[in-house]
Design a protein around this ligand. Structure first.
Ligand SMILES: Cc1cc2nc3c(=O)[nH]c(=O)nc-3n(C[C@H](O)[C@H](O)[C@H](O)COP(=O)(O)OP(=O)(O)OC[C@H]3O[C@@H](n4cnc5c(N)ncnc54)[C@H](O)[C@@H]3O)c2cc1C
Length: 663
């Protein structure tokens, strides 16, 4: 190991095990829960092992090794021989493909309406349930720390649709109580003086590493409110310094004289914010560096793919002289399905982050479905609840969740118009199984459904394949203290051109016994985000390149980049990666956000209207006994959309079941 790696702590003993499916198989007899020991089968059953607890796994998480290989083989060789598939003998009322928030909600809607005598099976390829809504859990000195490994928050609670609100309510979430309990936490970082805004100029881009901290609050977009005196100490050219001040301070011109507000909006909708800054406001290109990742939170690509109109709606600078008429609810809320950013503007409502993000929703949904698998009775006690994964898949319960199971084929038993059953085949532990059901809900990813349901009409297959999901990474780094942040007086550092776009302290929230640390000497989890973008390429191509990047990068690469970045971003505050890092979980999501329509690439009416011409509408049509849920079906990156589509898909199933009764 070279001296640099040694200084970064590359050899340090952190938990970094990359668990593979089946690792527990060889030990299944020795560490089974005692009550299950006698029932043990010589079969693949890792979930029954006492030490099976995916939330505490570290290393590469998200699309972890073992979760995607079967699907990728099917993609590369779609003609799968199913003749050897083992019939399980099970017959369900409903099989659900995908155990994310959409799939779990579909099970909830179905059992709520059909009763607890119904039989539902959820199949998911990951080792944990929740889909994107997963949790990273760490133990340090007897203390539990947790952070979301994916889905971050209930964005814009007041805009949640009625069906999603019903789920949230019925599983025991009380948003008002949660917000009231966390009122003090919300002021925590401010009360400790962590009010500065930090931007890191990296030497690979600027020739020198420089952390700039500005104390003036307010303004969006990273470059806001720098005083001229501060800017003199940055690596920015004199022209860029002047342009940055002009961009934020004005005067701003009417850049499109003679056009109505509506006409101006159309022009802004079809031009990227990068083009607006460079060609309309005419700032130096160094200024654009501050905004490089703008739009990544919406589309998983940067400012070159971010419509200027969205930038205006999100409060970015440059538009103040243009007299654009505000949309009553905020433009991003009005778009079908909503776009990230819809919380900005009137009526956005609170954004609600549980310590593990929307994994809390997944855990509470599983408690509603299988009460004894998730001990406790309240929203608060789910925070630190230890899930019994061995109880997720037992006969005799209304809902069963079968993890580590990749669905490879879904077909009607007979002619689609007359069939009474669907046969769903899945691979688990290297063997192919098949189950029967009276209906199947596809709560997985649109682009993969054509491979799973080859009998679909070709136009529907094309619509399903239209979107490309946005790739991204949420990395969780457990550290022994956050004194470096206190010393710097910041709660986050923005690093536009580094491997991760920045680092921030976990949002200060507690849930029951999952307490947020109150002093900087206590351990905490840091959150880092990576968007594998390739600016300049078309959006979908960027997604494909980024996905390949995520699937090929090793944990070793990530670990070195993370340690290096934290050393450089937080070094002025005394952070030492070799000493301070406890554990790292890299949650890579090669298939992350649903593909949402973007006026730079897609027809305007797909973005701004609910037209049935949108591919997501054509894609989500029921096919006999097979219906489509998941957030792709709404072309929306939101949890409430995932739930809405689950509700629709289940209603379609129930209506079809009721048809014979109605004559
Ligand atoms: C990093 C990240 C952060 C996000 N943050 C937010 C946020 O803050 N707020 C918000 O509202 N939304 C957020 N989202 C969007 C998120 O996708 C939705 O909110 C929601 O969680 C999607 O649920 P879903 O069930 O539709 O899809 P998913 O969560 O993707 O679940 C689908 C499941 O189906 C499984 N599956 C796919 N194919 C198969 C197969 N062949 N066999 C078996 N299983 C299969 C998948 O592996 C997955 O587990 C975020 C997404 C990501 C990736």
């Amino acid at each position: 190991m070279n001296a640099h790696d040694r200084n970064l702590g590359m050899g340090r003993a952190i938990t970094r095990r990359d668990f593979l499916n089946g690792v527990s198989l060889t030990v299944v007899g020795s560490v089974l829960a005692p009550e299950l020991f006698r029932a043990a089968q010589p079969e693949f059953a890792p979930e029954r092992a006492l030490d099976y607890y995916p939330p505490t796994r570290t290393g590469m998480r998200g699309s972890h090794d073992g979760s995607f290989e079967v699907a990728h083989r099917l993609r590369d060789r779609p003609q799968r021989d199913l003749s050897g598939a083992i019939g399980t003998g099970e017959i369900y009322d409903l099989v659900i493909v995908g155990g994310g928030l959409s799939g779990l909600s579909a099970a909830y809607y179905f059992i709520r309406d059909a009763g607890r005598n119904a039989k539902v099976l959820i199949l998911d390829n990951h080792d944990d349930f929740g889909g994107h809504a997963k949790r990273n859990e760490f133990q340090y000195n007897g203390r539990m720390l947790a952070l979301n490994g994916g889905t971050l928050n209930i964005e814009s609670w007041d805009r949640y649709n009625e069906h999603a609100r019903k789920v949230i309510h019925d599983i025991g979430i009380d948003i008002d109580r949660f917000l009231a309990t966390n009122e003090k936490n919300r002021a925590l970082y401010r009360s400790l003086g962590l009010t500065g805004q930090a931007t890191f100029f990296d030497k690979e881009t600027w020739g020198v590493d420089k952390l700039m901290i500005r104390r003036t609050a307010g303004g969006r977009g990273g470059g806001a409110r720098y005083a001229a005196d501060d800017l003199m100490h940055t690596p920015l050219s004199a022209q860029a310094q002047r342009d940055l001040i002009r961009l934020y301070g004005g005067p701003h011109h009417e850049y499109f004289p003679g056009l109505s507000s509506a006409e101006k909006k159309i022009r802004l909708a079809t031009m990227s914010y990068q083009d607006f800054l460079l060609n309309i406001v005419k700032v130096d290109k160094q200024v654009v560096w501050f905004f490089r990742n703008q739009g990544a939170g919406n589309f998983c690509v940067g400012v070159d793919c971010f419509p200027a109109l969205f930038a205006w709606q999100e409060g970015l600078p440059g538009f103040s002289g243009m007299d654009l008429e505000p949309s009553p609810n905020g433009l991003l809320a009005d778009l079908p399905g909503g776009h990230h950013g819809r919380q900005i503007g009137p009526g956005g409502g609170p954004t609600v982050h549980f310590p593990d993000g929307n994994a809390t929703i997944a855990r509470l949904l599983v408690r509603w479905l299988i009460p004894d698998a998730v001990p406790g009775t309240s929203m608060e006690d789910v925070g630190a609840a230890h899930i019994n994964y061995a109880l997720l898949d037992r006969s005799g319960q209304a809902a069963r969740v079968r993890l580590n199971s990749t669905v490879v084929h879904v077909a009607h038993d007979g002619d689609v118009s007359k069939a009474k059953e669907v046969v769903t085949s899945y691979v688990r532990g290297g063997k192919t199984y098949r189950v029967r059901s009276r209906a199947t809900v596809m709560a997985c990813w649109n682009m993969f459904i054509p491979y799973l349901v080859p009998d679909l009409p070709s136009a529907q297959k094309a619509a399903l394949a239209f979107g490309v999901k946005g790739p991204l990474v949420y990395t969780s780094v457990a550290v022994k203290s956050w004194t470096a942040f206190q010393k710097l007086g910041v709660s986050s550092v923005n690093a536009p051109t580094m491997y991760h776009t920045g680092v921030s302290l976990a949002e200060a929230v507690s849930l029951g016994d999952l307490h947020h640390p109150q002093t900087p000497e206590e351990p905490i989890v840091l959150h880092m985000t990576r968007y594998p973008m390739s600016p300049g390429k078309p959006r979908k191509e960027q997604h494909r390149v980024g996905r390949a990047d995520l699937l090929s990068a090793t944990f070793d690469t990530f670990e070195r980049k993370i340690r290096d970045q934290l050393a450089r971003n937080l070094g002025d505050g005394g952070f030492d990666p070799a000493r301070d890092i406890i554990a790292i979980a890299v949650n890579r999501w090669p298939h992350g956000y649903a593909y949402t329509y973007n006026p730079l690439y897609d027809p305007m009416e797909w973005v701004y209207t609910s037209t049935d011409d949108r591919p997501c509408v054509k894609a989500r049509q029921p096919f006999g006994l097979i219906t489509m849920a998941n957030s792709d079906a709404a072309a929306s990156p939101h949890t409430d959309a995932a739930m809405l589509e689950a509700h629709r898909a289940v209603q379609e199933v129930l209506q079809r079941r009721a048809m014979p009764l109605l004559g």
